[in-house]
Design a protein around this ligand. Structure first.
Ligand code: FAD
Length: 563
């Protein structure tokens, strides 16, 4: 095979054989770049085989999958990123050599005159004249202050973002990953409920972000403000953008305190609290322990919200405190739920109803908190009147545990990644964006119809890691998420109804029924939540140690392994 030299450092070739690789080594090439997608045609050697052959001759092997006839800026960026800074002789190949030459030409824009580039290509037997304007455009681009390019950019360093970063690195140590996260503290939010009950101290639920950031990740301490998925860019607070080959977005959900007039102004005083804020959860415990008589209101906004069981958990545990203090009979407890049912999966409702009755809770379904007058301790609710028209009722309170309405974060809702609801539009199985194949999302910020929980993010992280790596290797997503989410409903101190379910409300218990019957309150489930889940979160999930979350294959015909 004669390799076609485009400049002293780069030559292009058609598909290489084992003999060609040996020849390339003899001719002084140091790096082989494959620009073919995997399995483009029958008999095509795999990347693993080619990498082994290259290594046997002391050469590096890089795979940058390019779709025939569709060389994208991201492919050129990936090439520049992979070999740009190296003093190395590169042999690029694809089926005919044309993609390799095109990527070289576009990457050379701005470094050489466009006529010189096209002339060199012509001499080597490639007619790249249709690329003229793009080469000129790349020249302008290359003249710009250089964007930093990463293999993967992750936006959001909460449960989903950190777990995915760790899962990716556990699979491929040499990935360059940037994680964009402005917060200095990472919270274990599932613990907030137990802080609100006085079981955990607040420090159980927080770590410095630096402590949970996986080693090898570049932490960008900024806010992402926008996305340009066509050019593979994330725009940061300071106006600079960073580029990626693959993007993961896990931005969480926005607590819309302003959605209930008067609520934000009175949080933390006048008997108004919420376990949804780490600084306020201790106030829940303080209020519940101190209340001797009067009225305690607990509210739940319309879906979607994160951990849909958390509003009730705060209520049951407060009632348990009233009971232990011998004052339950002197306190009127009301639950105002904007939804039409106590809990969305019917199998768990009987056990919960037993506690509603035991604690003497007045259930108000389809009753939505719409206003709070803190100083006068009055809450206003909207519900359906007898004639079906909405009516407003006011309730005085001594304690109010309020959960705010929740919406997609603004920078997501206003971005090209958003679906109709403002959340990130991804396929519910593969978690791949519905329009941008190299973009994946997980956690509370997506359109997937699962329970928005950290337990869901634990199951989603390996799915995103496996599928994203497949996509940047030029393959289709391999594995699927089954919609698993978990909601440990703390019905009393020492007992939990462990709701575990997937898409369509299908029960997905992690344990045999004899150990934990999720539809009944059990001590074993409390032990799990109280003792086991925090270390599982900090030491396993955030480190990419994937227990009880092996994803299942998405595509039955896919031969690759899900690892
Ligand atoms: P988060 O963990 O919220 O992380 C989002 C991250 O994105 C944050 O670090 C944030 O700073 C960052 N971010 C936001 N905007 C930007 C931006 N512009 N640029 C860059 N980064 C940004 N789950 C359970 O499994 N079990 C439970 O028992 C449970 N109980 C809960 C009780 C309460 C009171 C609450 C509040 C939550 C509970 N959850 C529970 C839910 C669970 O905590 C969330 O579902 C989970 O944290 C979602 O992970 P995430 O990565 O989507 O979002």
């Amino acid at each position: 095979m004669s390799f076609r030299a485009l400049d002293p450092a780069f030559s292009a070739s058609a598909q290489l054989t084992a003999a060609d690789i040996a020849q390339a080594a003899r001719e002084g090439f140091e790096t082989i770049v494959c620009f073919r997608r995997a399995n483009e045609e029958a008999g095509q050697p795999s990347n693993e085989e080619m990498a082994k052959l290259a290594a046997a001759h002391g050469m590096a092997f890089i795979h940058i999958p390019v779709t025939p006839g569709d060389v994208r800026d991201a492919d050129v960026d990936a090439f520049v990123h992979a070999v740009g800074g190296r003093e190395t002789r590169v042999l690029g190949y694809c089926k005919t050599g044309n993609r390799a030459a095109s990527v070289w030409a576009l990457a050379s824009g701005g470094k050489q005159d466009v006529d010189a580039i096209l002339e060199a290509a012509k001499k080597a037997g490639f007619d790249l004249s249709t690329l003229r304007s793009r080469i000129v455009g790349r020249g302008a681009l290359n003249g710009r202050p250089q964007h930093k390019i990463y293999d993967i950019v992750i936006v959001g360093g909460g449960s989903g973002g950190i777990a995915t970063a760790a899962s990716l690195l556990n699979r491929r140590r040499d990935l360059t990953i940037a994680l964009v996260e402005p917060a200095e503290v990472h919270y274990y939010q599932p613990g907030f409920t137990l802080v609100g009950a006085g079981v955990f101290t607040p420090d159980v639920c927080k770590r410095q972000m630096a402590e949970v950031m996986p080693r090898g990740v570049t932490w960008i301490r900024q806010r992402a403000t926008g996305f340009s998925p066509e050019t593979n860019e994330v725009i940061l607070d300071d106006g600079v953008s960073i580029k990626y080959r693959g993007l993961v977005v896990s931005p969480g959900i926005k607590l819309n305190w302003a959605g209930v007039p008067g609520l934000a102004e009175t949080l933390g005083e006048n008997g108004v609290t919420s376990n949804y804020l780490p600084d306020l959860a201790p106030y829940t415990h303080q209020l519940a322990s101190g209340l001797k008589r009067g009225r305690a209101l607990f509210t739940q906004p319309p879906m979607p919200i994160k951990c849909a069981g958390a509003p009730q958990k705060a209520m049951y545990l407060s009632c348990d405190t009233f009971r232990r203090n011998g004052v339950l009979n002197d306190i009127e407890v009301e639950f105002h739920n904007a939804g039409a049912v106590l809990f969305g999966v019917p199998q768990y409702v009987p056990a919960l109803m037993e506690y509603v009755e035991k604690y003497g809770i007045a259930l108000n379904l389809e009753s939505k908190l719409v206003g709070v007058d803190g100083p006068n301790r009055v809450a206003t609710f909207e519900r359906k009147g007898a004639d079906g028209a909405p009516e407003r009722v006011t309730r005085e309170f001594d304690m109010l545990h309020a959960v705010p309405p929740q919406v997609a974060p603004d920078f997501i809702a206003q971005s090209p990644l958003a679906g109709e609801t403002g959340f990130i539009a991804v396929d519910q199985d593969t978690l791949q964006h519905v329009r941008f194949p190299n973009v994946f999302a997980l956690g509370d910020g997506t359109t997937t119809p699962n329970a928005k929980t950290a337990a869901a993010a634990r199951k989603q992280a390996p799915v995103v890691a496996i599928n994203l790596l497949a996509v940047i290797d030029g393959r289709e997503p391999i594995v699927a998420y089954d919609g698993y989410g978990s909601c440990p409903l703390t019905v009393e101190r020492g007992r939990i109804v462990l709701a575990e379910f997937g898409y369509g409300g299908k029960l997905l218990p992690s344990f045999p029924k004899w150990l934990i019957d999720g539809t009944r309150p059990t001590r074993a489930a409390w032990f799990l939540k109280d003792r086991l889940l925090p270390p599982i979160y900090w030491h396993l999930m955030l480190r990419g140690r994937e227990i009880l979350c092996k994803p299942h294959m998405h595509c039955k015909n896919e031969t690759a392994t899900a690892s």
